[in-house]
Design a protein around this ligand. Structure first.
Ligand SMILES: [Zn+2]
Ligand SMILES: [Zn+2]
Length: 165
């Protein structure tokens, strides 16, 4: 799938309405309840695709307890997961822009007396995902070994009974 096909696919899959000519005053943004993304236009680039994924990420992940920094972080993590899924890669430079934005929101929150933000690092999230996948692989591998041993024992058993010719 190319970028435009991926964009069409996520819009359909997550039942999103796009309002490119919205009269809202902000730049590209999402209306979570209405499942609507304003001021976004399809364009064949990773930046444009990631921006759409990030906004849909808000629609899919934003919870009422989240502060701005947290909702930005979880929306971005959701976008990263979809990139894996579609086999596209968000370049480090792009992720850094999103991380800078998250950090700015953390600072702003702290200035207003907020605390306990925890680890909102995108690199940390990627590390965690890699660890998860490695753990899954290990589990699959040990199941594979178990199945192979089981198959061998069955063969052995049939051989002994003379079922193999
Ligand atoms: Zn709007
Ligand atoms: Zn956002």
């Amino acid at each position: 799938m190319n970028y435009k096909q991926i964009q069409e696919d996520v819009i359909r899959k997550y039942r999103i309405t796009i309002d490119s000519d919205s009269k809202c005053w902000r730049r590209t943004h999402a209306h979570v309840k209405e499942r609507k993304v304003c001021k976004w236009r399809p364009k064949s680039s990773i930046a444009c695709t990631f921006e759409l994924l990030h906004e849909i990420g808000h629609i899919e992940t934003t919870k009422s307890w989240m502060r701005r920094a947290e909702s930005e972080y979880y929306a971005t993590c959701w976008a990263i997961d979809r990139c894996y899924e579609y086999g596209i890669e968000a370049p480090a430079k792009l992720l850094k822009e999103y991380q800078d934005y998250i950090n700015m929101e953390i600072d702003r929150g702290k200035r207003r007396g907020g605390n306990g933000y925890g680890d909102l690092s995108l690199v940390g999230y990627l590390r965690k995902r890699l660890d998860d996948i490695e753990r899954d692989l290990e589990k699959l591998n040990s199941e594979l070994l178990k199945l192979k041993a089981y198959e061998d024992s069955l063969k052995d058993c049939r051989f002994k009974r003379g079922l193999y010719r």
